[in-house]
Write a protein of this length. Structure first.
Length: 208
């Protein structure tokens, strides 16, 4: 891509992932631009982060739409004017229907997909389930999103140990550290045209 890719960041909460991307864009570690931020809640603090950075911030509350179809109609109408290259889901708690952005939507999930994922697995619920299962490792997954929750070709995964006396909070903090590295890395790989989907698997091409 000859120009900086234009990202749309969709969020539902505090926007820590958005802030991480903005920080890395500012210091040159991520070569991209955030064209618009959309929140599924009007009080999502991530929208305030966007406004402070001078980025268009749109609230499209899920509760104001009768069903997922109408909600997604509103989302796609809102994104249309911004010439978005890649949609980045950053703690977006509703299902985003890819439609015109098929193959151009990324998500990060705080577990090692296909474990502990799907409807109902979000936020601390994921880490609670990990601890309850007694598994010894967890982590995060960056993947191309499709029209199912936490589903689609996996781009990158990072692993962390589950420690004997972990709480959902301590495990979440360890996973979030890895998330902060992997998500920008995956976006940069996409921007550098180094990702190919082949038979449902993502292949990472070598750097020129």
């Amino acid at each position: 891509m000859d120009r900086l890719p234009r990202l749309a960041v969709l969020l539902s909460g505090s926007g820590t992932t958005l802030q991480n991307l903005l920080d890395r864009i500012a210091d040159g570690r991520l070569r991209a631009s955030v064209a618009v931020v959309v929140g599924s809640r009007a009080d999502a603090f991530g929208l305030d982060r966007a406004r402070r950075a001078g980025i268009p911030a749109l609230a499209i509350p899920r509760r104001e739409h009768a069903d997922a179809e109408h909600f997604n109609d509103a989302l796609h109408d809102a994104l249309a004017p911004y010439a978005v290259d890649l949609v980045v889901l950053a703690g977006f708690l509703s299902l985003f229907q890819t439609r015109a952005y098929a193959g151009r939507v990324m998500n990060i999930h705080p577990a090692l997909i296909p474990a502990f994922c799907g409807p109902g697995f979000y936020g601390h619920k994921v880490h609670e389930a990990v601890l309850a299962a007694g598994v010894k490792v967890s982590g995060c997954t960056v993947h191309f999103a499709d029209d199912q929750y936490d589903h689609g070709p996996i781009i990158l995964q990072g692993c962390v140990p589950v420690i004997e006396d972990d709480t959902p909070e301590t495990l979440a903090a360890r996973v979030q550290t890895v998330e902060g590295e992997l998500y920008p890395q995956a976006i940069q790989l996409w921007a550098d045209d180094r990702l190919r989907i082949d038979a449902g698997r993502v292949r990472i091409l070598p750097q020129d």
